[in-house]
Design a protein around this ligand. Structure first.
Ligand code: ADP
Length: 476
């Protein structure tokens, strides 16, 4: 399968391409993805620029029809596309199918939102004057996405962008061209005018800066690593461009003495290791009070060691491979650093399976303190550490002692502590007796501190980013 770029309604040829490798079986090449140079990106920017005014003038019904068409097809093809996702990215088949379904639901949600576009009409403070506040599209938006949610993240950026009348350039991550291509292929048949949606695959470091700096691109929504995000924010600042960033996390899961042990273990197992820990909302720091500490670590280690790690497409596999060799080496090196700094490591070794892939046993590192590198830097793999604390107050202080602030969880049966934690955890999302990862699609997603920048994604809050407001005064 050749994945081509989609520009101005045409699937373009390129001379350069990148193989799409199955992380569960590196002998399985899914296809070859086009690698755009700056010329092809410029073509896409021009096409989007030309198409933007037409789509900005589209009716709510046209927008609904396009978004609903895409949502319906994603849901109908979730088994097939979920398989593609698992084969390409390495999360298990049920996780892959679940992600495609979520992408479909996101399109359905924004189809409905297109019909509910509203403004405000206010009385003026001056007599006889009317005031209207209306939302209008921004124009061309550049969407830069990572590999860990290869269809859901493009969906949660493209759907609101189109819902609110913008033209789109999607620059997906190099490791996952198949899902981006499949999504754009559906959009290409959805009734959208040519040029409203464009797909440009290529090296982020080569074409990314051009996308960010182009005067015709009015806003950038980015999900990815902290260094890339910071660079993009700086460039957007220079060009006075609207920007939205979702980056890393070092999410705490607090477990208090009064927690239901089974719930705490289940939530931590899910939060830390499901999707191979490759979620920015993963529970990477388990902050546990001393009365439950030993029982919790023992029970979690037992559950972790029983997880079936293997080929993402195989029945019964609970944890798929790491996405690639570079990420696997990074995970192993963090486990090594944690051990050298005094952590007690269980699991965390490279594994061999029938097919050659990037397999790794999940790792639990206990006896750590919050200053160790394993607790200050994002690993982005199936590695969780345990920090022992005295009481709730110390747990909260440790949970907040991080430069990140995406998601924070607490397991407790105390209403008092749960309420206090919800109010005082420095995070954009707080979970009580639930994993830090795994969120709904109709409410805002995002963080505080070093995790996020700009307005929130998803739910109705997405309108803040994808529109601008106009205030009109009339003397009738
Ligand atoms: P990760 O380590 O998870 O791959 P990155 O931040 O490197 O995270 O990549 C996230 C997305 O940003 C990818 O689509 C990548 O191609 C893109 N990207 C990488 N470098 C740049 C850059 N300098 N400018 C714009 N986008 C970039």
């Amino acid at each position: 399968m050749d994945y081509r770029n989609f520009v101005g309604g045409q699937w373009l040829e390129t001379t350069d391409s990148t193989p799409n490798v199955n992380p569960s079986d590196i002998s399985d090449i899914l296809g070859y993805a086009a690698k755009a140079g700056v010329d092809q990106l410029d073509q896409a920017i021009d096409a989007a620029h030309q198409a933007a005014p037409g789509w900005a003038a589209s009716t709510p019904q046209q927008r609904f029809d396009v978004l609903d068409f895409v949502g319906t097809e994603l849901l109908a093809r979730k088994a097939e596309l979920g398989r593609l996702l698992s084969r390409e990215e390495g999360k298990t088949l049920p996780e892959g199918i679940g992600e495609v379904a979520r992408a479909g639901q996101i399109f359905k949600f924004f189809a409905g939102e297109a019909l509910r576009l509203a403004g405000d009409r206010l009385a003026s403070v001056r007599p006889g004057i009317e005031v209207d506040v209306t939302r209008f599209p921004i124009g061309v938006v550049g969407l830069i996405t990572p590999w860990n949610f290869p269809i859901a993240i493009p969906a949660w950026k493209i759907a609101p962008a189109l819902c609110y009348g913008n033209a789109v350039i999607l620059k997906p991550a190099e490791l996952v061209p198949g899902c981006a291509h499949a999504l754009i292929e559906i959009l290409s048949r959805s009734g959208l005018p040519e040029g409203v949606v464009n797909l440009v695959m290529g090296r982020g470091s080569q074409i990314g800066p051009r996308l960010v700096e182009s005067a015709k691109v009015k806003a950038i929504s980015f999900t990815g690593s902290v260094p890339t995000g910071r660079g993009i924010a700086a460039a957007c600042g220079q060009h006075l461009k609207k920007v939205q960033l979702e980056m890393g996390g070092k999410n705490p899961m607090v477990v208090l003495d009064d927690a239901d042990l089974a719930i705490a273990v289940e939530a931590s197992l899910n939060g830390a290791f499901f999707s191979t820990g490759q979620r920015c909302t993963a529970s990477s720091r388990l902050v546990v009070t001393e009365g439950i500490h030993d029982r919790f670590v023992e029970a979690l280690a037992e559950r972790m060691q029983a997880l079936k790690v293997g080929n993402a497409l195989e029945d019964g596999v609970q944890m798929g491979p790491v996405v690639d060799e570079r990420q696997l080496q990074q995970n192993l090196s963090y486990v090594d650093i944690a051990a050298k700094q005094g952590g007690k490591v269980q699991g965390g070794e490279r594994l061999n399976r029938d097919t050659e892939g990037f397999y790794m046993a999940p790792a639990l590192v206990s006896e750590t303190d919050n200053a160790m590198r394993i607790n200050t830097e994002e690993v982005f793999g199936p590695v969780a550490s345990v920090i022992r604390v005295k009481d709730y107050e110390e747990a909260l202080a440790v949970a907040n002692d991080t430069e990140f602030g995406l998601s924070a969880g607490i397991c407790t049966t105390s209403l008092k502590h749960a309420s206090h934690f919800k109010a005082n955890a420095e995070a954009g999302m707080v979970m009580v007796n639930l994993p830090t990862a795994g969120v709904d699609y109709h409410v805002p997603f995002g963080g505080t501190k070093g995790s996020s920048f700009g307005s929130r994604e998803q739910g109705r809050y997405a309108a803040e980013f994808y529109t601008s407001v106009k205030t009109a005064y009339t003397l009738p």
